[in-house]
Design a binder for this molecule. Structure first.
Ligand SMILES: C[S@@+](CC[C@H](N)C(=O)[O-])C[C@H]1O[C@@H](n2cnc3c(N)ncnc32)[C@H](O)[C@@H]1O
Length: 634
């Protein structure tokens, strides 16, 4: 366990039971949150919201960051927070799977003054009993913002409420020496700055960095083009980590700007560029620095021995007889150009670039490298609570910083895992938030059907289908798996259809059969949350068997099969061959299942997850809520 985060026992305390649930929570004294506080925010996607699990470096959370921070991140444990939240752009963002060019919803940046927003606002203004304790100034600010924004700009009020409640939590988890950098754009940067001034204190404001995102395109005719983002920096305490060495941009010797070229136009015999600079001391009254050198008496910058040493090294030159000697300053020995708060030298990601993951709104690696170089030291802990496809995480890992990432989009977390696996072996991440039990899978199916489908397809070792995949499915095809039939060496294609709902009917089986035929695939697998009816199994059986003589097991030969989530979680699903689904950003490593063998699931079942986390991390061996309730009843 990391020393940085303190001892587990210090942090996780059982709170008084609420209803029939045991709620575990942090010692939240610094935020004023009371143990066991429930919020109106979207819950942990798979419903694992009755446990307090301690966040550790290398943890990747699929979930809402408010819930994750409240339940899992210790106060004053984080050195740097970089967040790149939605900007209130009223847009939908996608992730384009690079290998297949299939497009998937990533997240929506549209805000409405709905019940959830109203509840968050009520919490911010202290109207929710037992809700977060927020600074009174923030409550006052939110009430004022409501007066200004409520009539015509409710979306902005909803957005700012969402951000404010999270920023309170971010300040709580920051160390006294920590800092926060929030990436936004001119749509909301001015409002966010007031919110941040109120939460952190205006005296804790460090910088407003302007990042020129793209060159101007000249498409805008009525006003100037918006081509910059804004990054606001705040520190928590009086002092914070800062590396002044990182405040220089190294010169690119092959692409020097005109001014630098002009300054360093002289070249040595070996081609090194230099300029001659003054060796005179601006202070006239320095007797110990006043002496004659190369026939010239002046007040020098250095005492004689140092001057002589520099001369012997060829660094002091006299431009002509009797002329004042000067210092030879080599360009390649300079720290670089001093960095200012307007950054124009970091281009956006080119779609052909290796780092491009296809995730809309991905930020370039050099941008994060610069921020982490300025504001963290090796070994420090960086949190990205809106981590998208994981740019911060990759940079933190590369730079020897520890990290924790959170994103509410299951696809984003998938991209990050692939991104990290491509570069680091053994695996550097531990994932939380995806279902590891039947109850959790059911909760995900009930609350986010689209993510449930995605999860189930991946659990089968499959990939989402090629082409546009819209929310709500497309004719029952939610994914596919390619298997190699070992005996014949040929490939077979399996179409996966996922049904999370209660109302299962044989029609789903028929629809999948039609899709399999239409797509000229070999098999169909219907994944169901609930146990299928005998009618469904009969229809599946009537859909026929594959004519492959090698397949002895009648079950395997069945063309349309029904697999339950319970079977997947128990790791007993068999595939008719070795999974050859291309490793991609959407799929886990192909399971090494062979004909007739148990499929080894790419993700751990709950018992494996518990083992992996170890006792120290899963603070309770208490059964999950449903079991617990059942025990109580009995
Ligand atoms: C602008 S993107 C971040 C991009 C990231 N900086 C990168 O380089 O990939 C914003 C991300 O915030 C996530 N997000 C939105 N609301 C969230 C929430 N409440 N909790 C966690 N993540 C959230 C979205 O799913 C999206 O991936």
């Amino acid at each position: 366990m990391s020393e940085k985060l303190g001892r587990q026992d210090d942090f996780v305390k059982p709170a008084p039971a609420r209803g029939d649930e045991q709620v575990w929570t942090t010692d939240l004294t610094s935020s004023g949150l009371r143990p066991g506080t429930e919020t109106n925010e979207p819950s942990w996607p798979c419903g694992r919201n009755t446990y307090m699990i301690r966040a550790m470096p290398g943890d990747l959370y699929y979930g809402d960051n408010l819930t994750v921070m409240r339940r899992h991140i210790a106060p004053e444990s984080i050195d740097l927070i970089y967040l790149d939240p939605p900007f209130n752009s009223d847009r939908k963002y996608n992730w384009t799977h690079k290998a297949s060019q299939s497009q998937h919803d990533a997240y929506r940046d549209t805000w409405t003054w709905d019940d959830r927003a109203k509840h968050t606002f009520a919490e911010l203004v202290g109207e929710v009993p037992g809700g977060s304790r927020v600074p009174p100034e923030l409550s006052a600010l939110m009430l004022t913002l409501k007066k200004i924004l409520h009539p015509g700009r409710k979306a902005t009020l909803a957005y700012l409420s969402m951000m404010a409640i999270r920023l309170v939590e971010m300040r709580r988890v920051l160390r006294q020496t920590g800092a926060l950098y929030i990436h936004c754009d001119p749509t909301e940067s001015h409002y966010l700055k007031i919110v941040l001034d109120t939460i952190f204190g205006a005296d804790k404001f460090e910088n407003e960095i302007i990042w020129q995102r793209t060159p101007a395109k000249g498409l805008s005719t009525k006003h100037l083009p918006n081509n910059h983002d804004v990054i606001l920096g705040y520190r928590k305490g009086e002092d914070r980590t800062w590396n002044s060495d990182a405040m220089f941009v190294p010169y690119d010797l092959d692409a020097l700007d005109e001014k630098t070229l002009k300054k360093y136009q002289a070249r040595d015999a070996d081609g090194r560029q230099y300029q001659l600079t003054s060796l005179l001391n601006p202070n006239d009254d320095r007797p110990n620095l006043t002496y004659e050198f190369l026939g010239v008496t002046r007040v020098w910058r250095w005492e004689r021995p140092r001057m002589q040493e520099a001369y012997d090294q060829g660094l002091v030159v006299q431009p002509g007889p009797g002329k004042v000697p000067r210092f030879k300053r080599y360009l390649d020995e300079q720290r670089g150009k001093p960095l200012c708060d307007v950054w124009t030298d970091i281009p956006p990601i080119n779609s052909q670039a290796k780092e491009d993951t296809g995730y809309d709104t991905q930020k370039p690696l050099p941008l994060l490298k610069r921020i982490l170089a300025l504001a963290t030291k090796p070994g420090e802990l960086v949190l990205d609570p809106f981590c998208g496809c994981g740019t911060t995480i990759q940079v933190a890992q590369e730079m020897g910083r520890q990290w924790i990432g959170i994103d509410v989009a299951i696809r984003a977390v998938d991209v990050i895992k692939d991104r990290l696996d491509e570069k680091w072996k053994p695996r550097v991440w531990t994932e939380y938030g995806e279902p590891t039990s039947h109850d959790e899978a059911e909760h995900l199916a009930d609350t986010n059907h689209y993510d449930f489908q995605w999860w189930a397809v991946r659990m089968m070792g499959g990939q989402p289908p090629k082409g546009e995949k819209k929310k709500g499915g497309d004719g029952g095809k939610d994914g596919e798996i390619i298997v190699r039939h070992e005996a014949s060496g040929t490939l077979r294609r399996i179409i996966i259809s996922v049904k999370g709902g209660q109302n299962l009917t044989p029609d789903f089986v028929r629809a999948l059969d039609t899709t399999v035929r239409h797509e000229q695939a070999d098999y169909g697998i219907l994944v169901t949350m609930k146990e299928p009816s005998s009618g469904m199994r009969d229809v599946a059986s009537d859909c026929g068997r594959v004519p492959w003589s090698e397949l002895k097991d009648g079950k395997l030969g069945q063309r349309i099969r029904i697999v339950t989530v319970a079977e997947i979680l128990a790791g007993v699903v068999k595939l008719p061959g070795k999974n050859e689904t291309p490793r991609s950003q959407s799929s886990p490593p192909p399971p090494e299942a062979r004909v007739g063998e148990t499929l080894h699931l790419p993700f751990p079942t709950i018992s494996k997850a518990k083992q992996r986390r170890g006792k120290a991390l899963l603070p309770s061996d208490a059964p999950p809520p449903a079991e617990k309730r059942a025990k109580k009843k009995s």
